[in-house]
Design a binder for this molecule. Structure first.
Ligand SMILES: O=P(O)(O)OC[C@H]1O[C@H](O)[C@H](O)[C@@H](O)[C@@H]1O
Length: 549
């Protein structure tokens, strides 16, 4: 096996920050944090016997097991390609979809197209009918493998999307399931004669599953270098067994927690290597779901600089830089500006072909350690269910004949009223129930920049329903500092969901309306706004009106 370098950590801190980090490092030493992590001592995160701790540590073994499974996964990919498949559509949510997206963006080399036996990945983690229609139009059912990925086997978005694809092409050999043993999806997959059923480890939670089959199966299908990916994970985990003084991942977690204790509870991520640029999408769900509960938590802020043209340096920020030996002048300037403004800068260095695997594993350890530092269980998600229940309630009302209350037309005055007086440590989350695409992200960044010019508060963007399985936990369970702008649009068609009494458009709107209800019930300020049929035009008009206001 090619060996990957162990990750390294460095930081630039002022005196107060350095003292806080040193004090928590002392406590981590006294409490034997690295040793107890590897002894799988669940009392690191609270009293013995707490639910969802002792049985959530399987990720510590995942890349080691993955290397044992590598040949079988590569054989699956070879067989699929030999059978004439050219594309893979992955349907899944949260941890089951975001790691594959990051792996795809890391591994996919457009210039290598056609040279390696691999499939082109299209990720579908949206109930927006326009997003589904785009994937339909881009793929030939006869040559498209559908990878249905859900640990629980019961996630409504994933199963609705499966039913859509099955109606389009009811042919078992075109389907592969990744799911935990005995799940509802496993039964469904057997019934429908899926080509393969690959099992996840029930002792790994969704957000920690990147180096388990939820990451490695799609990675194999797209021809990613599994040995490098998993080797990087092994190198980082091996290094996390070292004593505290040499333990980059544990030290990183201690530093993040100590700085959060100083009120720096916005974790801004910057990434040096363009191939890792999408890492934030995955880290966001890891940080937000793991830490955002019981009124505590860190808000991950991804690509804030990309939106504003400079780095927001509010008093509530700490900056995490993912370094990978690809110097970038603009990044260096931003880091200097941040350090000059007193923002603590933490640097995680991951190098070599296994850099992504090392980044996954090192941050998994670090976030588990943040849980120790903040005295919370990083492995449960107590507030995710609330939005799911609210969606179900809205759908039940629709079935009973009560239409979903339409979102009012987007209006600059209403948006500015929502953000009026917003300042750090408050934050604004822009939650877009739009078809995800690079173009939509760019349009949302323009809105973020227009609003960001008026406040020092952090602003995040996310697509619905994707964020419900990521930052949604923190929005409800974390510090009550957020304000929420839920943007909707009128999809081109409703698009039926086979065997359901509602269509995709109704499900999408029910998810937005349901989350709005849940946020309001948690006493958060939230606004639903519709961008109409041509949402891009609607969004541009909103941005212009805000800029001119
Ligand atoms: O993989 P699934 O069981 O479909 O779950 C998908 C997602 O669901 C929930 O939102 C969890 O909070 C996430 O951590 C998980 O990744």
């Amino acid at each position: 096996m090619t060996t990957s370098p162990a990750p390294a950590v460095r930081w630039q801190l002022d005196d107060e920050q350095r003292a806080a980090v040193a004090a928590l490092l002392d406590r981590a030493g006294a409490e034997r944090v690295p040793e107890r992590l590897w002894e799988r001592d669940a009392t690191l995160w609270g009293p013995a016997g707490q639910a969802e701790v002792a049985d959530r540590l399987g990720w510590l073994d995942a890349p080691y097991h993955g290397l044992e499974q590598r040949a079988a996964l590569e054989q699956l990919a070879t067989d699929v390609v030999a059978d004439g498949y050219t594309d893979v559509v992955l349907v899944g949510m949260g941890g089951s979809s975001l790691a594959p997206e990051v792996i795809w963006r890391w591994a996919h080399d457009p210039t290598a197209e056609g040279r390696h036996p691999h499939l082109h990945l299209r990720l579908l983690d949206s109930t927006d009918p326009d997003a589904v229609a785009t994937v339909d139009a881009a793929t030939d059912p006869e040559r498209t493998l559908v990878l249905v990925s859900t640990k629980s086997g019961g996630t409504v978005e994933t199963l609705s999307l499966f039913r859509h694809f099955w109606a389009r092409h009811p042919h078992g050999p075109s389907y592969v399931a990744v799911t935990d043993p005995g799940s509802g999806l496993e039964a469904l997959a057997r019934e429908h004669g899926f080509r393969s059923i690959l099992h996840g480890d029930p002792e790994i939670g969704g957000r920690y599953s990147a180096l388990s089959p939820f990451g490695t199966v799609p990675a194999a299908l797209i021809g990613a270098d599994l040995e490098a990916l998993l080797g990087g994970g092994v190198a980082a985990l091996d290094a996390s067994k070292l004593p505290l003084a040499d333990n980059a991942a544990v030290r990183l977690g201690v530093a993040i927690a100590a700085l959060a204790g100083l009120g720096r509870d916005k974790l801004v991520l910057r990434v040096e290597d363009p191939r890792l640029a999408w890492f934030g999408l995955w880290l966001e769900q890891l940080v937000a779901e793991s830490t955002g509960k019981h009124g505590h938590g860190l808000l991950p802020v991804v690509d804030e600089a990309g939106a504003g043209g400079g780095l927001a340096v509010g008093p509530d920020r700490q900056l995490l830089v993912l370094r990978s030996g690809t110097p970038d002048e603009a990044l260096e300037r931003d880091l200097q500006a941040a350090a000059d403004a007193g923002v603590p800068v933490l640097e995680l260095q991951v190098d070599g072909p296994g850099a992504l695997g090392a980044a996954f594993a090192a941050t998994e350890v670090a976030v588990a350690v943040v849980g120790w530092g903040l005295a919370i269980n990083p492995f449960d998600q107590p507030d995710v269910q609330a939005a799911k229940d609210a969606t179900k309630a809205v759908l039940a009302e629709v079935a009973g004949g009560t239409a979903i209350e339409p979102a009012p037309d987007a209006d600059a005055a209403a948006v500015l009223a929502l953000t009026d007086g917003l300042a750090a440590p408050g934050y604004l989350a822009i939650l877009a129930y739009l078809p995800p695409s690079d173009g939509a992200s760019a349009a949302l960044d323009r809105l973020r920049a227009a609003l960001g010019a008026r406040t020092d508060a952090a602003i995040t963007t996310g697509f619905g329903p994707r964020y419900l399985h990521s930052t949604g936990q923190l929005h409800k369970g974390g510090p009550p500092q957020g304000r929420f702008l839920l943007l909707e649009h009128d999809p081109r068609a409703g698009l039926p969901i086979p065997d359901a009494d509602y269509d995709f458009a109704t499900l999408l709107h029910a998810q937005s309306a349901g989350d709005h209800r849940t946020l309001v019930a948690h006493e958060r300020r939230a606004l639903r706004a519709s961008l109409g049929g041509d949402w891009l035009e609607g969004l541009d008009a909103l941005v212009t009106a805000i800029e001119e206001n």
